[in-house]
Structures are given as C-alpha cells and as structure tokens.
Design a protein around this ligand. Structure first.
Ligand SMILES: *[C@@H]1O[C@H](CO)[C@@H](O)[C@H](O)[C@H]1NC(C)=O
Ligand SMILES: *[C@@H]1O[C@H](CO)[C@@H](O)[C@H](O)[C@H]1NC(C)=O
Ligand SMILES: *[C@@H]1O[C@H](CO)[C@@H](O)[C@H](O)[C@H]1NC(C)=O
Ligand SMILES: *[C@@H]1O[C@H](CO)[C@@H](O)[C@H](O)[C@H]1NC(C)=O
Ligand SMILES: *[C@@H]1O[C@H](CO)[C@@H](O)[C@H](O)[C@H]1NC(C)=O
Ligand SMILES: *[C@@H]1O[C@H](CO)[C@@H](O)[C@H](O)[C@H]1NC(C)=O
Ligand SMILES: *[C@@H]1O[C@H](CO)[C@@H](O)[C@H](O)[C@H]1NC(C)=O
Ligand SMILES: *[C@@H]1O[C@H](CO)[C@@H](O)[C@H](O)[C@H]1NC(C)=O
Ligand SMILES: *[C@@H]1O[C@H](CO)[C@@H](O)[C@H](O)[C@H]1NC(C)=O
Ligand SMILES: *[C@@H]1O[C@H](CO)[C@@H](O)[C@H](O)[C@H]1NC(C)=O
Ligand SMILES: *[C@@H]1O[C@H](CO)[C@@H](O)[C@H](O)[C@H]1NC(C)=O
Length: 665
C-alpha cells in the first residue's frame, strides 16, 4: 500500500501562519499554487498543503446568489424523484427531511447568509448525506478540488477474530506482529473513546448501517481493485469531504499522546489559480465541465496495486471476478469466488462464473464461498444473472415502486403511446411488467396509480424489468431471452454456499445477496464496531434503480418532444394546461454549475412486504467475525476464517448469531 508523502510540511505551515497574521497577505489559492509548483520532486503527482490553507482557499470562492437560487430550485424539483424522501422523515437513522433541508438553504441564499460557494455546497452535501443512501449522491463543484488527509493509517484488529477489536496505527500493528511488545492501542481521539469517535467520523457515509460505515474508516484490499471513490486505505487517511478541525490529539492506552495534523492535497495534478474567483470560474461555471475529468485521476493511480494482497486466481481476474482454489488449511474443500464489483463486462463475468462453478464441481469442492467485500454494485442484470447461474431453477423476484408525483405522472402519460426500447424507462408502461413477469399493465394509469404506501404517493408494483426482453448476449440473464439455461441445475446446494461481506455491499451487490438469501444462502459479516452483537451483511442501499440527474432531464426533454409532436393532432398526449403544469413541475434545464448528481428512482420490496423498502429492514448476517491484522494484509486469510466459521466449527463472535432478520432468527 502506498501513502501520500507529505513534502515540506514545516515550511508550509510557517507560510500559513504568516498569511493568516497578515490581512493583506497573498490569496490562499495563490499560496497553494506557489507551494505545488515549488514542489521539487517532479515524479510527485500530489503535494500536500496545509489543511487550513485549503479551507481558506475554498472559502475565498465567491457566491452568486441568483445562480444559486436557480440551481436550488432545480435541485428541489429533481429530488421529488428520490423514492425515499417521505419515508426518510420517519426513519430513525435519524429521521431527515431532505426537501425541508433544501428549503432552509434556499432561505439562507435569499437572505444572503453565504459568502462562498463552498459554504453552500457544504450545507447541501450535509442534507444529501443525511439520507445515507448510496444512490443519492451529488458531486458539487467546490467539493472535488481537494482530498483531505491524515497521514496515520489505522486498523481495527482482534487477536483471533472473535475477541473484541482494538484500534492500532497500522505501523504499530505490523510492529506487534514482528514481536515488538511496547505498542499500545489508541484509547481516545480528541478526548472521545476511539470507537465512538470513529463511528461518528464515519457517520456521513452513504450507507444505512453503522458497522458498514465503521469499516470504511480502515483499509480494505478489495477497494484497490474497483473504481469505488472510497480510498483503499480508508476514509481516515483520505477523505473527499472536508471535516471540521485541522488537528487531532491521539491518546494511546499506555498514556502516550500525539498530535496529528490533517493536510489537504489538490485533486488536480497542476493546481494553478490566482484566487478563489478564478478557482470558481473554472471549477463551478458550466463551460468548464470538460476540465473536471481531473477528479478521477486517483482512481487510475490506485489500479496499479491491482492484485496486492491477493493470490493468483485459478480463473478470471481480481479486478472483476476471480475464482480461487486455496492451499490454506480449512479451504481444502472450498471454492472461492471474489466478486468486488458488478460493473465488469456482463457476458465475460457470466462466462467466468459458469466455468468456475463447473470447474469447482469437477475438482470435487463441496463448499462455495463468495466474497463481495467492498462491492459498490454495477449492472442490475448481472446481479440477477449471477443468482440464476447459482440457482437456475429459481425465478428471481423483483418488485419496485417509483414515487408518484406530478412530474412522474406527466412522464408516464407522455410515454403512454410511443416509447423507446429503454428498459431503464419505468415511465413507459408498455415496457414494464408486473413482478410475476407474466402480466403487463393495462394503461399508464394502471402503472402510475398512485397508491398511498407508508404515507408516500407511490406507483403500482413493477418488476425491475422484463427479463425476457432485457436478456441479450451483452446483458445475459441465464435462461431468458436468447440466452440458453446453463447450468440448468444448481451445482451447489444453498447450505453449502456462504457469502462474505464487510457490510459495504451496495446497490446491485445488496440485490444479489438478497436473491441468494431467498434461496437459503448464509452470510458472514466482517468487522464493524467493537460489540458482541450481530452485524448486517448488507449495509448499502437496496434500491431498485439508480438514476443520474442527466437521465432525469433527458426523460423530460424526450417527453416534451413526444408531447409537442402530438400537440396539434386529433389525439394530443396532454392538454395545453397539463403541458403547462408538466413544465412548471419540471426542473429547468438552465445550466447553473458544473455538477453531477444521482438519485434512487425506485424502492425495492420483498414478496412478503410490498410497503417497506428493503433498506429500511434490519437484516443481521448469520455470523460475524472481527478482522485480524493478517486479514487486512492478505485477503486469502479472510476466506480461511470465513470458511472455518461457516463450514467448520470455529464459531462466530459471541452474541452475533440468530440476530434480527437473519435466517436463524
Ligand atoms: C435568514 O434565514 C435564516 C434561515 O431561514 C433565518 O434563521 C434568519 O433569521 C434569516 N435572517 C434574516 C436576516 O432574515
Ligand atoms: C426572499 O426574502 C424576501 C424578504 O426578505 C421574501 O419576500 C421573498 O419571498 C423571499 N424569496 C424566497 C424565494 O424565499
Ligand atoms: C464467549 O462467551 C463464552 C461463554 O460465555 C466465554 O467463555 C468466552 O470467553 C467468550 N469469548 C469471547 C471471545 O469473548
Ligand atoms: C506507548 O504506545 C505508543 C503507541 O503504540 C508507542 O509508540 C510508545 O512507544 C509507547 N510508549 C511506551 C513508553 O512504551
Ligand atoms: C481536536 O482538538 C483540538 C484542540 O482542542 C482542536 O483544535 C481540533 O479542532 C479538534 N479536532 C477535531 C477534528 O475536532
Ligand atoms: C483573480 O485572478 C484572476 C486571474 O489572474 C484575475 O483576472 C482577477 O482579477 C482576480 N480577481 C480578484 C478579485 O482578485
Ligand atoms: C479447473 O481449472 C484449472 C485452471 O484453469 C485447470 O487446470 C483444471 O484442469 C480444471 N479442472 C477441471 C476438472 O476442469
Ligand atoms: C400477475 O400478477 C398480477 C398482479 O398481482 C395479477 O393480477 C396477475 O393475475 C398475475 N398473473 C398471473 C399469470 O398469475
Ligand atoms: C416481455 O418481453 C417479451 C419479449 O419482448 C415479450 O414477448 C413479452 O410479452 C413481455 N412480457 C410481458 C408480460 O409483457
Ligand atoms: C399548434 O397549433 C397552434 C395554432 O395553429 C400553433 O400556434 C402552435 O404553435 C402549434 N403547436 C405546436 C406544438 O405545433
Ligand atoms: C413546455 O416546455 C417546452 C420546452 O421547454 C416548450 O416547448 C413548450 O411550449 C412548453 N409548453 C407549454 C404549454 O408551455
């Protein structure tokens, strides 16, 4: 693992001290420009700068009240599509009022309470993150300029996987492994008990489960192979979000204390701005969208350490799907499938999964372990396909609803006649099917409803999509459409299959685990807060469709074309007054800032409960283990621990079995 080196820290800190003393000092952004260009090490892709200086630079961005008002009105209308906004007002994570939060920001803009773009963006992102929904995500223009760092990676480790873990610095943990006896765990951070401090640090993460959030603080090997925005070393060392406080006081259990300074690193390789106004013009104003691509640069860098910590696979490759046979004791009879994402080429993923299952059967393996650690999701069809590859005789159950509000109603009406072959367009009733896959909707009203579901105006229940029309060579679903059923019988019985997670299993990953659990597959969760208690296997969003804001506005524009084409015919789609109402409810297409956003369009439900969206139901894993240091360093040892607990008799964390919502409760 590589950690960003910090150059010239002392000298830089002096520079800030002077600047903040001197009211007519150099612009903070210009100071950062100076520091990064002074960096003598040419190979260095990133240069750390003082935390306070980065903050001052962001705070020196100007604020345009009129532009902000237009933007927030768009955002408010877009958020009407978020399927959970009504239920979130009563949910106890704690409860949150997303639209109310945006309204307060609109008030603050109106009475000129903001002095910089960054201040407003911070408020907006706090509102958005209070939903704890991985599908609801905004990337705002002032928030992809710096990464914030603490150069002190930490791990939460148990001596044997069963006893409660302590937090150590990674270096101390490694030293201890090498026999150094004098290291101590961290006891408090800034005076708060370490586990409590870290749980609260992780709380803004877009996961609905706090144990899953907690795991994001620490490193995870699986994160280094996918494009997840979560740093492989954890959000403790590198965080995209700014948090209060530029230094931390760490107290170890032997009484030693240490002060750690946070730093900031520009995301762009060449940071060059004279002032906050220039930074704003380039990063925030819409014509600069194309220069934004710099923000992905770290993902590429992390790809380099692709298979560090993983053995060579028997089949496939660790960045998408890989099969392993391991020589470690306890793994002799177990085939292991590592599945860190559902975003790999769907047909290749399917082929490798099928080959590996057959190969494992031929090799006489009797147990099957599926590792979905840190899996951020991907293609929904791949999730369904994978469940059908394991259980070809089952019919995967999918049932969703979208939020029935004015704009959605007119979209459903507008798409009632012509529709594109776009299976993500839930508003075209002719494209959609009921959950049993056999019955279609009779009319747009039949699909739209609305129905009052837990005090939320909701559509009728519809399947994720028509499996038959969706299944193609490119996006196969085993046994549907043109794809032959292969294998045609389950090669491993459910009781011999285990899924292992770290709770950080999001979107399609959550959905895949759900489909497998319905067949009786058991799960084991690793890590989480130090408690002798159950942990959820899936802590990420279980929503039925993630939709980008660009798609929302695309649907609206396309619908307008359909409405316009039919307007002066004998059968218009909307009356003039309906069309006007549609326009008034739709977000304006005026470009305001360079930003991107995403939302959860559809809730997903169980066959037994068509009212409570899946992510609001607590579902303990059947077993839980804590990480050992070995587990952080070598993924294979985690498979070994999981297999010994689930297929052997080494046991689970005390109090972790039979939890609410587990298969054994
Ligand atoms: C501005 O708006 C905030 C939030 O709504 C409110 O608390 C405050 O009193 C307002 N200030 C003025 C000067 O109107
Ligand atoms: C802005 O504030 C003024 C009074 O301070 C009020 O009349 C107006 O309605 C407000 N506008 C919005 C959009 O809230
Ligand atoms: C688990 O509980 C048993 C029985 O109470 C106890 O003997 C054992 O020490 C506990 N193990 C751990 C790791 O806490
Ligand atoms: C106390 O623990 C810290 C952290 O492990 C270690 O760096 C330090 O050397 C220890 N101090 C003593 C006196 O053992
Ligand atoms: C930690 O405490 C110090 C000293 O009180 C304070 O300056 C700093 O802001 C605190 N850090 C955080 C992250 O709260
Ligand atoms: C900010 O920097 C730009 C580019 O050098 C310059 O044109 C502009 O006048 C500066 N604005 C302020 C307010 O200093
Ligand atoms: C399983 O795959 C491995 C590696 O591709 C190969 O060496 C082995 O012969 C295969 N075994 C069977 C029974 O297909
Ligand atoms: C499919 O489900 C719908 C809605 O529950 C029901 O009306 C229809 O009869 C079902 N179709 C079949 C073939 O069972
Ligand atoms: C699903 O799609 C197939 C292929 O396009 C079509 O024949 C079938 O009628 C659709 N199912 C329903 C219930 O509409
Ligand atoms: C429909 O016809 C009216 C009257 O001829 C005309 O003003 C209007 O622009 C037409 N609308 C569209 C969408 O073609
Ligand atoms: C609705 O908006 C569209 C495009 O923005 C426009 O072409 C159309 O005339 C508007 N319709 C009405 C009734 O205002």
């Amino acid at each position: 693992m590589q950690f960003t080196a910090i150059l010239l820290t002392q000298a830089l800190l002096l520079a800030v001290g002077e600047a903040s003393k001197n009211a007519c000092g150099v612009e903070p952004c210009a100071q950062i420009t100076q520091m990064t260009s002074d960096s003598t090490n040419q190979d260095q892709t990133t240069t750390s700068v003082p935390y306070e200086l980065a903050y001052q630079c962001l705070m020196s961005m100007p604020f345009d009240k009129d532009r902000a008002s237009i933007f927030l009105n768009q955002v408010r209308k877009i958020l009407e599509f978020q399927s959970t906004i009504d239920i979130l007002k009563r949910y106890k994570m704690p409860a949150t009022d997303i639209l109310g939060g945006i309204d307060s920001i609109i008030d603050k803009v109106n009475n000129t309470s903001y002095s910089s773009q960054f201040e407003m963006d911070l408020d907006i992102s706090n509102v958005i993150s209070s939903a704890h929904d991985g599908h609801l995500a905004f990337t705002l223009c002032s928030q992809s300029i710096f990464n914030f760092e603490i150069d002190l990676p930490i791990v939460s480790i148990s001596s044997n996987g069963l006893s409660l873990p302590d937090v150590y610095t990674l270096n101390d943990a490694k030293a201890q492994l090498n026999g150094v006896k004098t290291v101590s765990p961290i006891e408090t951070i800034n005076g708060t008990a370490v586990a409590e401090y870290l749980a609260s640090y992780a709380f803004s993460q877009s996961l609905q489960d706090q144990d899953a959030q907690y795991n994001r603080v620490f490193p995870a090997l699986a994160r280094s192979v996918t494009n997840t925005p979560i740093s492989p070393n954890g959000i403790w060392t590198t965080n995209g979000a700014w948090t209060e406080g530029s230094e931390l006081s760490i107290k170890y259990s032997n009484g030693t204390t240490q002060t750690v300074k946070k730093t900031a690193t520009p995301v762009e390789r060449y940071f060059s701005y004279d002032n906050g106004t220039e930074l704003y013009s380039i990063h925030c104003l819409p014509q600069s969208i194309s220069t934004e691509t710099a923000s992905d640069s770290t993902a590429g860098a992390e790809q380099a350490s692709e298979v560090a910590g993983f053995p060579d696979p028997t089949l496939g490759d660790a960045s998408s799907i890989a099969g392993y046979f391991s020589d470690l004791t306890g793994l002799e009879d177990t085939a292991i499938m590592f599945l860190p994402t559902f975003a790999g080429s769907p047909s290749q993923v399917a082929q490798i999964a099928i080959n590996f299952l057959k190969n494992a059967t031929a090799e006489g393996k009797t147990n099957f372990l599926i590792d979905v650690t840190g899996n951020p999701g991907g293609y929904m069809s791949t999730g369904i396909d994978m469940s059908r590859i394991f259980f070809p005789e089952s019919t995967p159950y999918t049932a969703t609803r979208f939020r029935a509000h004015e704009t959605a109603r007119y979209l459903t009406q507008a798409y009632s006649r012509d529709y594109t072959d776009d299976s993500s367009n839930v508003f075209a009733y002719k494209e959609t099917v009921m959950p049993n896959q056999t019955t279609r909707f009779a009319s747009w009203q039949d699909l739209y409803g609305p129905h009052d579901i837990l005090e939320s105006s909701s559509s009728s229940l519809l399947a994720n999509f028509n499996y038959t029309s969706s299944s193609t060579k490119v996006y196969p679903i085993n046994g549907y459409g043109t794809i032959p059923l292969n294998p045609s019988k389950a090669l491993f019985p459910a009781e011999k299959i285990t899924i292992m997670t770290d709770g950080d299993c999001v979107s399609t990953c959550a959905f895949f685990v759900k489909l497998m659990k319905r067949q009786g597959v058991r799960t084991i969760a690793f890590g989480g807060r130090p408690k002798n208690a159950p942990m959820q296997g899936v802590g990420g969003v279980k929503g039925g469709q993630s939709l980008s804001v660009g798609y929302v506005t695309g649907f609206i524009q396309q619908a307008n074309t359909l409405i316009r084409n039919a307007a002066n015919t004998s059968s218009p789609l909307l009356t003039t007054s309906q069309w006007k109402a549609f326009n008034d409810s739709s977000p304006s297409t005026e470009e305001t800032y360079a930003w991107s956003g995403n939302l959860n369009l559809r809730n997903e439900y169980d066959p037994e409960d068509d009212e409570t969206p899946l992510q609001f139901i607590y579902e303990a894993a059947e077993c839980r283990l804590f990480y050992t240091l070995d587990n952080y360093l070598k993924q294979e040892t985690t498979w070994q621990a999981a297999a010994k607990a689930m297929f052997g008799d080494s046991g689970c964390v005390n109090g972790s079995t039979g939890g609410e919502g587990s298969l054994d409760s």
